[in-house]
Write a protein that binds this ligand. Structure first.
Ligand code: ZN
Length: 484
């Protein structure tokens, strides 16, 4: 029977540097005899004294393990493939790396052509491409960072990509989330992402999880994957992803962006620090605005997400120096990269010697917020709805309308009120008539609620917040006012 024997990389030097060798034999034992007859150097690697297969060498016929020689007497069929899989100690292993050896997979003719620019690089080659094909990577979030991550990892041939996202594509996403197009607006991100990624590379498997990642589902969702990539935009999910990764022993490729700055690191690698070693506590709610509040320069998520994608490839390939114990800081305006050393904190509550967090906690409570939106102010203030404001203006009521946004926001759209940015309010409060009615607004109603609270403490009695801000005004009263 003519069969093919696949030779693993460590044994190729003893087999004429070939990846596979055609031999013939009626049984596995005969085929291996034929092989070692031709390549004498292989014999001592495969057999111990007495002719037994060595214990650290596994032999597969097609899908089946035939480690012991009784099974090696099983007859072969023409065209069978014998795969030799030795245990190997070298190389950087990825936590939770697939149990199946790379040699158990192969590339089709199409895949060989698709990945040819990888295959001709000695740093990747056939072995590396097979590792990519067998890799299982979970992306948390398919927004700004998730877009380049998903596109590049799919293109590079990562065999199984999981995506966790429950959002729909919003018009304001298109400025940076290059995974989506204008016709995708309003559609679930997962659906649009799956369509785009399978166009890009139909050879890979895409798993979608259209849920919010929570303490209840995180372990179950993360478990099947080798590497977790954090592309989230909020602190509760960051701590959740970190803790779940540490608990499960997964490597966590971290990236974050704000306006024109970004950070990248690799957490949870063996011996390396975790996110909590770097930031044991989250910032107080409201201190660090989200992208929706703070803005983000287009292209920046493309740069940071691409750096994360590169770290993922290196971890899978086991090559290069990943960002373990190093935090890479990028300043797009200065076009500067800096690097700081990170040390594992021996007292880290999750990855330290005596962890106090052995199971997932309530991360919204831990971070002091109740969701991903801007936190609600802790106080309540008197409000008017946009319709009430319109009626009062139509009646000709004397109202001081105060806009507490920033000047660059006022340029986008305004309701004709007096512009006093929230930060300037204490200094300019005397400009507001204390005797008359005052209605304060901002974009969504959060900053103006703080302003109303401030004014009431300053002695203003007849002061109201415009509920929902300019966004609600545009929805309920005047759609010609642009939303941003
Ligand atoms: Zn830690």
């Amino acid at each position: 029977m003519a069969v093919k024997v696949i030779i693993p990389a460590p044994l190729r030097p003893f087999a004429g540097k070939q990846a596979s060798i055609d031999v013939s034999g009626r049984t596995v034992a005969e085929a291996l005899d034929a092989l070692t007859g031709r390549y004498e150097g292989l014999r001592r690697h495969l057999y111990a004294d007495g002719g037994r297969l060595r214990s650290f060498v596994n032999v597969y016929v097609n899908e089946d393990d035939i480690r012991n020689l009784e099974k090696a007497q099983t007859p072969l069929q023409d065209g069978d493939t014998i795969t030799i899989v030795p245990s190997i100690a070298g190389g950087r292993t990825v936590s939770g790396a697939p149990a199946e050896p790379a040699t158990a997979a192969s590339l089709s003719k199409n895949e060989i052509l698709r990945y040819s620019r990888h295959l001709i690089m000695p740093e990747v080659g056939m072995d590396g491409q097979l590792k990519l094909k067998q890799a299982r990577v979970l992306l948390i979030g398919s927004g700004g960072l998730g877009a380049p991550l998903a596109l590049y990892l799919a293109a590079a041939g990562v065999g199984r990509l999981g995506l966790v996202d429950f959002d729909r594509v919003d018009f304001t996403n298109l400025q940076r989330q290059v995974l989506f197009g204008t016709p995708d607006v309003g559609q679930p991100k997962l659906e649009a992402a799956r369509r785009r990624l399978s166009e890009l590379n139909p050879e890979i498997q895409i798993d979608g999880y259209e849920v919010r990642l929570t303490s209840e589902n995180a372990l179950e969702i993360l478990r099947p994957y080798d590497i977790v990539v954090d592309g989230t935009d909020n602190f509760p999910t960051r701590y959740l992803v970190n803790d779940a990764s540490v608990i499960l022993g997964k490597t966590n490729v971290y990236g974050s962006i704000f306006r024109f700055e970004g950070q990248v690191s690799v957490f949870g690698a063996p011996g390396g620090p975790c996110y909590r070693c770097l930031y044991p506590e989250p910032p107080p709610p409201g201190l660090v605005p989200s992208c929706a509040e703070g803005g983000v320069l287009g292209v920046l998520p493309g740069i940071i997400g691409s750096l994360q994608a590169m770290e993922v490839l290196k971890l899978i390939l086991g090559s290069g120096d990943p960002l373990v114990g190093r935090l890479l800081l990028f300043d797009a305006l200065g076009m500067k990269f800096r690097e700081v050393k990170l040390r594992k904190n021996p007292d880290c509550p999750v990855c330290g010697a005596r962890p106090t967090i052995a199971q997932l906690i309530d991360y919204y409570e831990f971070c002091g917020v109740r969701g991903e939106e801007a936190p609600e102010p802790a106080f309540t203030v008197p409000e008017v709805t946009p319709r009430e404001l319109r009626e009062r203006l139509n009646r000709g009521d004397a109202i001081s309308l105060i806009d507490v946004r920033e000047p660059h926001e006022y340029q986008i759209c305004n309701l004709g009120g007096q512009l006093i940015p929230l930060g300037d309010l204490p200094r300019r409060v005397h400009e507001i008539d204390q005797a008359g009615d005052v209605i304060v607004h901002c974009r969504s109603g959060v900053r103006s609620a703080q302003a109303v609270d401030f004014l009431r403490k300053a002695g203003y009695r007849r002061v109201w917040n415009l509920k929902g801000g300019i966004l609600a005004w545009s929805d309920e009263v005047d759609p010609s006012v642009p939303k941003y």
